[in-house]
Design a protein around this ligand. Structure first.
Ligand code: ADP
Ligand code: MG
Length: 257
């Protein structure tokens, strides 16, 4: 059994199990994200990271498990509830529209939400007209230091810049919890440094959950790590604790990562 912190977590889950056919992708998993905390979810390929991430943002429905927001028990969220719950995420594939401008790409998140009636009435009022949405998108771009990219076509961006824009799009809904699946995937050393700085800055306003395959990438930004292997949490705690954990070392050596 794990120990929950006494402070109410922004989000926590317990006993999460998910099977795909005969494959047990997650088995009795727990995770706790504190307010303004940067939490890393790591583990070798196939460990279940994306499956857990998907369960937290409504893309997979767990077979078993309990979900809590600010200590309140509720169902695992559906994708159309995320904005109202203050949750935003980017996915492993960036998914920008190449023939639209960067600003339009960032706006689309908010517009889509407004038009499909998937956001709260209060938020809908706030972003009801295009200028409002445009303004929010500009602010989101500034927050990822990409204000200068606003009028560029998305298909002219460098790969690292598409990563910034994808984060800006997630920020338009002003989330309390931001979930990033492999934000550093495919980035070089300098861009990883930049991403780390951005994530640290964002954590002043929100909690961040990072899913990463590479341990080193998130050692410096995360206050807490969870290590998954074969669908189970094999270690959790500070980067230093986790790094020295024999089970973690074995899991990573075992896969050659
Ligand atoms: N939709 C799916 N159908 C069947 N098996 C899946 C599906 N998604 C993931 N899996 C399997 O579940 C396990 C965990 O996958 P995943 O969560 O993607 O791992 P990770 O993100 O840590 O690399 C893997 O064995 C993977 O093949
Ligand atoms: Mg994955």
């Amino acid at each position: 059994m794990h120990l929950m912190s006494t402070k109410t977590a922004a989000l926590h889950v317990e006993g999460v199990s998910i099977s795909f056919g005969g494959l047990r992708a997650l088995n009795d998993v727990y995770l706790e994200i504190g307010s303004n905390e940067v939490v890393g979810l790591i583990g070798p390929n196939g460990a279940g990271k994306t499956t857990l991430f998907n369960a937290l943002c409504g893309l997979v429905v767990p077979d078993e498990g309990r979900f809590f927001l600010q200590g309140e028990s509720r169902d695992f969220p559906r994708t159309d509830e995320l904005v109202d719950l203050g949750i935003a995420r980017t996915l492993q594939g960036v998914g920008l529209f190449g023939d639209l401008s960067v600003l339009e790409n960032v706006m689309i998140g908010a517009q889509h939400l407004a038009q499909s009636g998937l956001i709260s009435a209060a938020l809908a009022r706030n972003i009801k007209d295009e200028n409002r949405i445009r303004e929010r998108a500009r602010i989101a771009l500034e927050r990822v230091y990409a204000g200068g990219l606003a009028s560029r076509r998305a298909d002219t961006l460098s790969y690292p810049d598409t990563k910034r824009v994808a984060i800006a799009r997630a920020l338009v809904s002003e989330p309390k919890i931001l979930m990033l699946d492999e934000p550093a995937g495919g980035l070089g050393v300098q861009d990883i440094e930049w991403m780390n700085t951005l994530i640290r800055n964002l954590s002043a306003q929100m909690s961040v959950l990072l899913v990463e395959h590479h341990m080193d990438v998130i050692m410096s930004v995360c206050s807490k790590l969870y290590v998954l292997n074969f669908g189970e949490v094999i270690a959790s705690g500070s980067a230093e604790t986790v790094r020295r954990d024999p089970a973690v070392i074995a899991a990573y050596l075992g896969t050659g990562a």
